[in-house]
Design a protein around this ligand. Structure first.
Ligand SMILES: Nc1ncnc2c1ncn2[C@@H]1O[C@H](COP(=O)(O)OP(=O)(O)OP(=O)(O)O)[C@@H](O)[C@H]1O
Ligand SMILES: [Mg+2]
Length: 336
């Protein structure tokens, strides 16, 4: 007698669909060269780190068995050197959206209420049905980059959550009791602990890998993190201070970003103007290039608006008797 279930569906189609689903939830193929190119387009002067990150992500994402997050990374190094920028660039490439990044400032997680904030109020409390800030967004979209800034400032019991998160890639939300899966997430932790000692090691050692080992030794010896936390981190990266041409390159990147915001493409920027912006930045922010965007807006925004209003699409940014002059450039597509 025929099996009664035999004709009830299209088994071939069903199998193909299940196989596809299994592929989607297990190994993901990442194009390492394309990822690296994307990271390079946004983060300058940290090439060794970018190469290693791209490779690690490809290898980790390809794993079929997922019993921990895609990767747990620790970013160290001076302020304004591209740590957050790299996190955003990774999120943008992997999850097609830099807003797939969830960011927590651990200096705001330093009190006893922070655990409930992250994983929700226990059942019975008002607002327990709202869930936690670390659990709800991941229930809604399990593919996320989760950034914890200044990790060393977190309230100690929050570290127990980190152990579970980084180790098993799972957390239980209080209140609802739902288990949230983080195995499609990538975690990035940043820290400023022992920044001075780390900066000194960095300045003294030229070989990246030697320097990295010395930094890890320093972190372990100074007991900055519990050894179980360090043990769950796949890679530690120490970002280099930015200087010289790298800063100029970032300035150019930001000028063209500003121009794009006004609907303009840049063909040329006079080097004097880049130097002028860098010097103005140095004056106001001795540490890093945080002020650069504002300075560039002060220098160029007005002229960009005027050029746009005059109908320009591509522009040259030059100096004319000390003043910034933005002039239309021929459109390469229409130039004959
Ligand atoms: N290496 C870099 N390449 C390109 N842009 C950079 C780089 N470093 C910093 N920037 C720019 O400077 C600004 C600050 O950088 P970012 O937020 O990445 O600093 P950070 O290293 O996270 O510092 P902090 O430790 O203070 O959080 C950003 O607008 C970013 O675009
Ligand atoms: Mg940052």
């Amino acid at each position: 007698m025929a099996d009664p279930i035999e004709n009830m569906t299209d088994w071939n189609q069903l199998k193909a669909m299940l196989d596809k689903k299994a592929d989607e939830t297990t190994g993901t193929k990442i194009d390492e060269a394309a990822l690296l190119k994307h990271l390079h387009s946004r983060v300058k002067g940290q090439d060794t780190i970018l190469q290693d990150v791209a490779k690690l992500i490809r290898l980790q994402a390809a794993k079929k068995q997922k019993d921990k997050p895609i990767a747990n990374l620790l970013f160290l190094g001076p302020t304004g050197t591209g740590k957050t920028e790299l996190a955003k660039a990774i999120a943008e490439y992997l999850f097609k959206d830099e807003n797939a990044m969830l960011r927590f400032d651990c200096s705001e997680l330093s009190g006893p209420e922070s655990k409930n904030r992250l994983i929700g109020m226990p059942a019975g409390y008002i607002s327990s049905e709202q869930g936690g800030q670390l659990t709800r967004p991941v229930m809604a979209n399990p593919r996320r980059l989760i950034l914890f800034d200044e990790i060393e400032k977190a309230y100690p019991p929050v570290f127990d959550l980190f152990l579970q998160l980084l180790g098993e890639g799972r957390l239980t939300e209080q209140g609802s009791g739902k288990v949230v899966n983080y195995t499609q997430c990538l975690f990035i932790l940043t820290s400023n602990a022992h920044a001075e000692a780390i900066g000194k090691i960095q300045a003294e050692m030229t070989d990246y890998h030697e320097m990295l080992n010395a930094v890890k030794g320093e972190l372990a010896e100074a007991k900055v993190f519990r050894p179980e936390i360090l043990g769950r981190i796949d890679r530690v990266y120490v970002f280099r201070p930015l200087a010289g041409m790298v800063v100029a390159e970032i300035a150019l990147l930001k000028i063209s970003k500003l121009a794009r915001e006004y609907g303009l493409e840049i063909e040329f920027v006079a080097p004097e103007l880049i130097i002028r912006a860098l010097m103005a930045n140095e004056k106001v922010s001795r540490f890093g290039i945080r002020e650069l965007e504002r300075i560039l807006a002060d220098l160029f925004a007005n002229q960009f608006v005027e050029a746009k209003e005059a109908g320009a699409k591509r522009v040259r940014v030059e100096v004319d008797e000390g003043n910034v002059r933005v002039t239309p450039a021929p459109n390469p597509a229409s130039a004959s």
